[in-house]
Each structure stands twice: as C-alpha cells, then as structure tokens.
Design a protein around this ligand. Structure first.
Ligand SMILES: NC(=O)c1ccc[n+]([C@@H]2O[C@H](COP(=O)([O-])OP(=O)(O)OC[C@H]3O[C@@H](n4cnc5c(N)ncnc54)[C@H](OP(=O)(O)O)[C@@H]3O)[C@@H](O)[C@H]2O)c1
Length: 281
C-alpha cells in the first residue's frame, strides 16, 4: 500500500473501498468483510448511504486493530448546522461502533455547511475526528470555506476519473494544501470506461485491466481512490495496482481522455442543485 500524508500529518491509504449504492445491510456487511480480507483498510461510507451500521458490524467482525483501519463518513445535507451536525456525527459514531473517525467530510456544499464545519472543527479539537474535510466543493466553495474558518480541510472528495481529471481544481487544492480524493474512479462505468481503447492498449503492455490502468493513473497523479465493487474478484483486481508503473508516454496518452466535465451532473446547474438540495430536505 502507498499512503498520502494529509496537511495535519495524518497518514491515509491512497487506495480504499467505497460503499455507495450497497444499501442492503447484509450485502454491505459481507462486502466490507470481503474488502478487509482482500487488504483494504480505508473504508468510505456516508450518512446518506444508509449503511453505516453494516460497515460498523463488518469492522467489528474483522478483528483488525482499530488503528490499522481508516474510516471515513460524511455529514448529509439534512443534518447541516452546528447542533444538528454534532448530533448526527454522534449517531454515525454509534452506528459505526467507533469512538473516533479517521476522516469526516461535508458531503455536499449545501444548507448550513458553515455550521457543520464548525461542529467538525470542535470535534476535531476534542480528538473525535482525526481529519476533517469536504466533498463536492468546487474551487469557489472551497476557497470561501477556507477564507472564513480556522482549519484547512484535509481532503476534498470530488468526481475524478480519466474523463474528468480535475486538473485545474486540483491546482487550487494543492495551493492550499488540500488533498484530492476521487469519487467514482471508474465514472461508474460511464462512457464505456471498461472497454476504452486507450486504457486497453496501455493495459496490454502490463497485463492489466482497464480498471487497473484507470486506478493506477490516478494513483500516479497523487489522487486517493476508493473504487466500489460488490464482487470479491474485482475487489482483488482493483487492489492489485502497486506492482506496475505507467510510463510518461502512457500517462500522456491517458491525459488526452480528459473531457474536463462531469460524467454525471454539474454542481453549477440549477436543476441539479434543486435535485440534490431536495434530497436533503
Ligand atoms: N462524495 C460523493 O458525493 C460521492 C459520490 C459517489 C461516490 N462516492 C464514493 O466513491 C466510491 C466509488 O464511486 P462509485 O461507487 O460511485 O463508482 P465507481 O467506483 O467509479 O464504479 C463502481 C462500478 O464499477 C463496477 N466495477 C468495479 N470494479 C470493476 C472492475 N474491476 N471491472 C469492471 N467493473 C467494475 C462496479 O460493479 P460491481 O459492484 O458489480 O463490481 C460498479 O458498477 C463510492 O462507493 C463512494 O464511497 C462519493
């Protein structure tokens, strides 16, 4: 495993396992146990995924020492604001059966995320959260939050994959010492990612799949990745990306796949904002 060191000195695995869209509790528990048995130590969940309890059960059953795991969850829009956020974080800790979180993110830059952030800063100071950060904060929201708060977010988790590489946004994050983390490292398979010709051509050189090339590319760019799969063979495949190195020529080929736009939705599109904020009411 390779690691990144966050802006407060916390060590974070560069590859983890995400549990979005694994709503069934039994399935999620099994998946997380499988992922841990494969070697994943970073688990990424969220209040909104409805599976924190399942993740907590799997952590307990795994018998892996707490200090070897890196657990992330996220505060949902409906829990925004100082008091609400604090309460919801306590609930998340209970569901996860943990007494501290390694990383806590604000899931979306909507509702009273200032209040949420200040609750997170307080819990960070109390030692209940080892690192705090944000998700889906594009440069405008990120800079705004940093200008008026004490603690610089350690992480910004944003949609990042070969078709949306976030080069410009990452430059801003680097300027302020914020580590980029990718959600949707495979773009959930959109744009036929798994059969992309460029990724296939590069993969053939190393006897690696398109999925492995896509992850390796992000890792070599210093991006933390949290691929999701419910399939143990794929979990193994996605974990097996540290025994090869893409050449400069490969990297230069893959950079051309960047469309510099979301494969899902834009946080600047009013209809999308209406939809997402509607989910948090
Ligand atoms: N902060 C946010 O707003 C946000 C948003 C989205 C996601 N996330 C986080 O990021 C994580 C990853 O993103 P994601 O789950 O949206 O999508 P993703 O990891 O880009 O893609 C997951 C999809 O790829 C398939 N897959 C996985 N490995 C594969 C392989 N080796 N070969 C072929 N297919 C493969 C999975 O199918 P199978 O499961 O059937 O294998 C699933 O359909 C999430 O789980 C979540 O933790 C955060």
């Amino acid at each position: 495993m390779e690691y990144v060191i966050l802006n407060n000195g916390v060590k974070m695995p560069i590859l983890g396992y995400g549990v979005y869209q694994i709503a069934d509790q039994k399935e999620c528990e099994k998946c997380v146990l499988d992922a841990i048995s494969v070697g994943y130590r970073l688990i990424d969940t969220a209040q909104a995924y409805g599976n924190e309890e399942a993740v907590g059960k799997a952590i307990k059953k795994s018998n892996v020492p707490r200090e070897d795991l890196f657990i992330t969850t996220k505060v949902w829009i409906s829990n925004a604001g100082y008091e609400n956020a604090k309460k919801s974080i306590e609930e998340s800790l209970k569901k996860l059966q943990l007494d501290y979180l390694d990383l806590l993110l604000i899931h979306q830059p909507f509702n009273d995320y200032y209040g949420t952030y200040r609750a997170m800063e307080d819990l960070y100071k109390e030692g209940k959260i080892k690192a705090i950060g944000v998700s889906n904060f594009y440069p405008d929201r990120l800079i705004d939050l940093m200008q008026f708060n004490e603690i610089v977010p350690a992480i910004n988790q944003v949609e990042t994959h070969v078709f949306n590489q976030q080069v410009k946004a990452n430059e801003i994050m680097k300027k302020y010492g914020v580590q980029i983390e990718s959600w949707g490292p495979f773009a959930e398979g959109k744009n036929n990612m798994f059969t992309n010709e460029t990724l296939k051509t590069v993969g053939k050189k190393y006897k690696k799949s398109t999925a492995q090339v896509a992850l390796r590319y992000l890792i070599q760019r210093g991006v933390v990745v949290i691929p999701k799969s419910v399939n143990k063979e794929r979990m193994i495949q996605n974990f097996d990306v540290f025994d090869f190195k893409l050449s400069k020529e490969d990297m230069d080929m893959i950079v051309t796949l960047d469309k510099e736009e979301s494969s899902f939705f834009s946080h600047y599109d009013p209809q999308t904002v209406e939809y997402i904020t509607g989910l948090g009411k």
